[in-house]
Design a protein around this ligand. Structure first.
Ligand code: PEP
Ligand code: MN
Length: 337
């Protein structure tokens, strides 16, 4: 349920709404945008009676929420959420590009990659220190050492770090190094992990599960928001279909749908979507044309010898060309990159 406060409402009236919510056994999330809105969420044995709230002082309107993701919905928060990243904002006018290798392979390798992606115009550096591999025999990442190398790459380049966390018990550790916590596709519905990053005070890049619907993704985001972390970026990274010519199928539809249903920024990952470097640029362009706020792209100085996802990784020159061509698309749709 959404409680819209009257324009210029005061804290006393909002507090009264919050008190009623507590009495009814629900949770209140207050949003101060162009208008103050109180979202009432949770579950309780007491029914939620709209008239009780409509009669409270300072309340203009009470509306039921027709979707199961109240806090992620546009009804709660009509304006686009903007998440600060390296002096810019994901969800703002500029399309931001996060780039780097699939995994952090070594100290020199990540530092070299960081300089290369910065040079080509990246806003942030990606790289996995904890890798969710399909096979237990594949490279699993360097763990905390990888995080330390990422921090060193940040120190040298100024690029903030986006890195995956797989274990709820390691959220604290990853937070010591990361600027953005990535939740991988395979963990999109790991609710214990979602709760743990919801408790963290770092932005989260939430990747869509490979067999998850748009609504599943929004519900996963809701877990994080419900814990009080309001900085969630939604990431379309391709879904499983019957098509085998590419690794996954990029769901371009998801971008305008997510932008319509939610205020959260939408990021596209063309690398995991197509799985082949020669198609990455085309899908990056399509994503930006469709309204993506950002891109996350795998870039490796020597893709042929990458320890993971080399087949889909761009080399720095191809990445620089991609950024240039994405910039032209961004301009064509009234944005910059
Ligand atoms: C990755 O970003 O390297 C990754 C493992 O992505 P996904 O979770 O989307 O497969
Ligand atoms: Mn990868």
């Amino acid at each position: 349920m959404i409680v819209l406060m009257q324009p210029g409402t005061n804290g006393v009236h909002v507090a009264e709404v919050e008190r009623q919510v507590a009495t009814d056994g629900y949770e209140a999330h207050v949003w101060h945008g162009s208008r103050t809105i109180v979202a009432v969420v949770g579950h309780s044995s007491r029914p939620l009676l709209p008239e009780t709230y409509a009669n409270l002082p300072g309340v203009e309107k009470v509306t039921p929420v027709k979707v199961p993701y109240t806090l992620a919905s546009r009804q709660f928060h009509a304006e686009d959420t903007q998440i600060k990243l390296n002096g810019a904002a994901m969800g703002g006018e500029k399309v931001l590009v996060i780039a780097g290798p699939c995994s952090v392979e070594g100290r020199e390798a990540i530092i070299e990659a960081a300089h290369a992606v910065k040079e080509a115009g990246a806003t942030a550096l990606r790289g996995g220190a904890f890798k969710p591999r399909s096979s237990p025999y594949s490279f699993q990442g360097h763990g905390e050492l990888g995080l330390q190398w990422l921090a060193e790459a940040r120190e040298q380049t100024g690029l903030p770090i986006v890195t995956e966390v797989m274990d709820p018990n390691l959220v604290g550790l990853v937070c010591q190094y990361a600027d953005v916590l990535q939740i991988g596709a395979r963990n999109m519905q790991n609710f214990t992990l979602l709760n743990a990053v919801g408790e963290a005070r770092k932005p989260v890049l939430l990747k869509r599960g490979m067999s998850s619907t748009v609504e599943d993704l929004l519900m996963a985001a809701e877990y994080i928001l419900a814990k009080g972390n309001h900085e969630v970026m939604l990431c379309e990274r391709g879904i499983r279909t019957f098509e085998t010519s590419t690794r996954n199928t990029f769901d371009a539809n998801a971008i305008p749908v997510l932008k319509h249903l939610s205020h959260l920024p939408v990021v596209a990952d063309p690398s995991h979507a197509v799985g082949k470097s020669e198609y990455v640029e085309a899908i990056a362009r399509a994503a930006v044309a469709a309204g993506a706020d950002g891109l996350i792209v795998e870039v490796h100085p020597d893709p042929a010898n990458a320890m993971s996802d080399g087949r889909q990784s761009l080399d720095p020159a191809a990445f620089a060309r991609m950024v240039e061509s994405v910039r032209r698309i961004a301009q064509a749709v009234g944005r910059s990159a």
